[in-house]
Design a binder for this molecule. Sequence first.
Ligand SMILES: O=CCCCC(=O)O
Length: 452
Amino acid sequence: MKFKSTNPYNGQTVGHYTGLTEKELSDKLAKSQEAFESWRKVSLSERCDLLKKAGQVLRDNVEEYAKMITLEMGKPIKESRAEVNKCALVCDYYADNAEAFLKNETISTEAFKSFVSHDPIGSVLAIMPWNFPFWQVFRYAAPTLTAGNTGLLKHAPNVFGCAKQIEEVFTKAGYPPNVFQNLIVHHDQTEKIISHETVKAITLTGSERAGSAVAEIAGRHIKKTVLELGGNNAFIVWEDADIDQSVKIALTARMLNCGQSCIAAKRFILMEGIYDEFVSKFTKAVSELKAGDPMDENTGIGPLARIDLADQLHEQVTESIKQGAKLLLGGKQNDCYHEPTILGDVVPGMAAFDQETFGPLAAMIKAKDIDHAFALSEESKYGLGVTVCTKDIEKAIKHSNRVSDGAYFVNELVKSDPRLPFGGTKKSGYGRELSKDGMMEFVNRKTVYVKK
Ligand SMILES: O=CCCCC(=O)O
């Protein structure tokens, strides 16, 4: 099978890739198992040294990798560089902390000795999306490989060039062969990979539909999954918030990566008293974003990664307007490009409220008071994260238990950080990435009990 990646900005072909035959795939799976047998015996300090080197390879080649990201999925080049550098950061983080995370945990009992050890489990398959094509892979690979597992990557077909480069990062860093392998495969081959005896667990970042399909197959084979799925984050602005600062945060929260992020703020829930001021300042800020070629240093907003994504966003805009939302800015689509769009007077029942919108569309929603704002925020099947903007920090902290999502950020956009657990609730998935939690997902926390 042949694959092709295409620059969404100009439609030019970026690369051609040949898919693995069934025989090649079986060979790669066998090699992954073989590599695991020796990789698990490599000392932790050596594994950490290699991870540090991987971070250095990323830093040394930031321009080349950032260029591939931008060419394949249209992210503005400055954001692509930031993504590659963040991958280097997550390598450093686990290289520096793996020993502390993986050390035996003593638990006192009546035994002579009792403790929990952290053993690797084998090959972990990652099914990853195109929106942060490097970051999503490194945040799984850094802890998972360092814990002594081997990695298999099934990346999104529109970023197979990135997938190839990621495999090269590990090779250049000096990892033993087959500890990390990129699999150029079609979706149809996924079931075979998941059910193969070599694969012990699966991590997926993607849509609710993909998550459910993968978890179903994995469940049949009693294999663990970590799922990081869609989101419809609320960005709540209280009456007392610093509006200029909130607008600045809101702009990045919604427009980073051209809005193509699960944790992007999508529903802006504004107290009635500040609704007009926030909407007018936010509209001005969004209208000043410079659209254009994502390879251009000054571009703030590029195309969406594929035309079907722009079509889908446009449908959500059109449907919401039919349902009564007011078009305040943008609204037009041209191939993969969709104008940054703001809809006012959005209420539950409209597409822009109920559905995840994966692009530069911001829904402005009025709330009567704080209780109403939290009630609106909770009116979502997703649960990735919520932002609250306010000057009353203590009150905001007190209200953190009103949010059932996986994250609650005050005066900051919901973002991932290697030091903090990352993941969702409800239809946003389960399990945690990053921090110690992320490393614990794919180890056998083994109870050791020793009696004299
Ligand atoms: O679609 C999910 C985006 C996650 C971005 C991040 O981890 O920062």
